[in-house]
Ligand binder design. Sequence first.
Ligand code: ZN
Length: 137
Amino acid sequence: MNKIEHIGIAVKDLSEASKVYTQLLGYEPYKTETVESEGVTTMFFKTGDSKIELLEADNDESPIAKFIDKRGEGIHHIAFAVDNIKEEVIRLKKEGFRILNEEPKRGADNKWVVFLHPKSANGVLVELCEEINNNDK
Ligand code: ZN
């Protein structure tokens, strides 16, 4: 695994949270993107080599809605950049980690993403992400 690619933060209201994080960081987010398959709208801020991803639920079935119901707003996941997501999945499975989606899916910000079950990582939802190469199908 490479660096921490981003930290995902579940928020109730993206426009309110965006004001807070713009004040906190001192600059504006660089993109907003809806991921329909996950029922979320995301907003990204660059923080040096890493990013902050704010996530707002688009509907009650969204994993973010369920997370906020249970635990309130806060850190939702930590994402690590990997060079080859499929190889990492194989490696982590061998190590005994529980993979939530073995087949990488398209996430926000042009990434293939795989999630590990929080029970596998001391209560932290871990995301692996690999930049989508334009040659990929
Ligand atoms: Zn993420």
